[in-house]
Design a protein around this ligand. Structure first.
Ligand SMILES: O=C(O)[C@H](O)COP(=O)(O)O
Length: 372
């Protein structure tokens, strides 16, 4: 059956630190390189007859690197290669290089998701291509007008004619392997499967899981038959992580000053229950900083003891009245420490929330924050 394999590049260094990337030319992370190789293995094991003869990438390194790693695993480094800016990630305008959680905090969830996922959502535009964060350099010379910020709708306009040319090549017997980006994969699926503007909002593309696009032959007028991920389960898990990007760091607190703990004044007796909130800090040295908080906490409170749990790097066990509770715990990410801390609902109904600087004793529920 005529087919095309499509995949999003492996994890980039910005994916791993949850930053808007767009046209910034960020390379693959180590994990992304491994994912690219695993994608090749997956193709070999699930489609042993598959022999791509045309590698198509964007003009961005994360796509080109993924394509090369794949061609190595498939032992087809000699494949013809076509690179086009029309397959580039959506240009994220003035958001490029910015931390997703910071933008989320700044503009609120509704606008954040509008920009990220609405078909018409345009990010704030850059003013000129000379902006250091435009990602536009001489590789785009001669390409005419290139974007300074795009919605998915705009991506589809620049991509569709190119996609048609790929399908024409498939009709002539070529076997294309396309390494694209989140938004360009979404665009391709939207065009082929005729996904509505509304439904496309919920489509998230996982890194480096190959998608098989199948077509009827000439007798069926090359009709698009459908698509499937070569590993549906893993695709679901990775796509869910993509959807949540930015949300782990919603309440950001800086912890580069000495934390001041307020244990002695803690109104333990007035505590009814403590809802859990997640706060995060951008730490210069996460382990050192969180250990400092831990030491102070233990030193100041006789009811707190340190514990370690495999799911967290560090935690605190608090034993007060009949409520045996955790004050806070966290896990160290690549450049962040995720701190789970407490807000306290007092008996008079007021909610007092803790912060990194003033840690109040209270009941909280342990919440496992995944380390994406
Ligand atoms: O360009 C980026 O930042 C990502 O690769 C895509 O981001 P999104 O999933 O937030 O659209």
């Amino acid at each position: 059956m005529p087919s095309i394999i499509l995949l999003r590049h492996g994890q980039s260094q910005f994916n791993s630190s949850s930053k808007f990337c767009g046209w910034l030319d960020v390379p693959l992370s180590e994990k992304g390189q491994l994912q690219a190789q695993q994608a090749g293995q997956l193709i070999l094991s699930t489609l042993p007859e598959y022999t791509p003869d045309l590698l198509i990438t964007s003009k961005l390194r994360r796509s080109a690197q993924t394509g090369y790693l794949l061609s190595q695993v498939l032992q087809r480094e000699y494949m013809d290669v076509d690179r086009t800016w029309r397959l580039n990630e959506r240009h994220y305008g003035a958001l490029q290089g910015r931390d997703k959680s910071e933008v989320l905090k700044e503009v609120g969830e509704k606008q954040y998701m509008y920009i990220r996922r609405d078909f018409h959502g345009v990010p704030p535009l850059l003013h000129c291509r000379a902006d250091p964060n435009s990602g536009i350099d001489d590789r785009y010379d001669g390409e005419g007008e290139v974007p300074l910020g795009e919605s998915l709708e705009m991506v589809i306009k620049r991509l569709q004619p190119y996609l048609e040319s790929v399908i024409d090549r498939m009709k002539q017997g070529r076997r294309p392997l396309i390494v694209a980006h989140g938004s360009t994969c979404r665009s391709i699926l939207k065009i082929l499967k005729k996904i509505s503007d509304e439904d496309i909002k919920d489509v998230n593309i996982p890194n480096a899981i190959p998608i098989l696009l199948e077509f009827g032959d000439a007798s069926e007028n090359w009709e698009f038959k459908g698509f499937r991920y070569l590993d549906e389960e893993e695709a679901k898990e990775r796509a869910a992580a993509v959807a949540k990007e930015g949300f782990h760091f919603q309440d950001t607190v800086q912890l580069d000053v000495d934390p001041c703990l307020d244990i002695d004044d803690s109104p333990i007796s007035r505590v009814r229950r403590g809802p859990t909130i997640v706060v995060t800090g951008s730490f210069k040295e996460p382990r050192r900083d969180v250990n400092k908080v831990a030491e102070l906490l233990v030193e100041k409170s006789p009811v707190v003891e340190l514990f370690t749990d495999p799911s967290f790097i560090l935690g605190f066990q608090l034993d007060v009245t009949e409520m045996s509770v955790v004050v806070m715990s966290g896990c160290v990410g690549q450049d962040r420490f995720f701190l789970i801390q407490t807000g306290i609902e007092l008996l008079d109904g007021n909610v007092m929330s803790g912060s990194c600087g003033r840690v109040h004793v209270a009941q909280i529920t342990v919440q496992n924050v995944s380390n994406s």
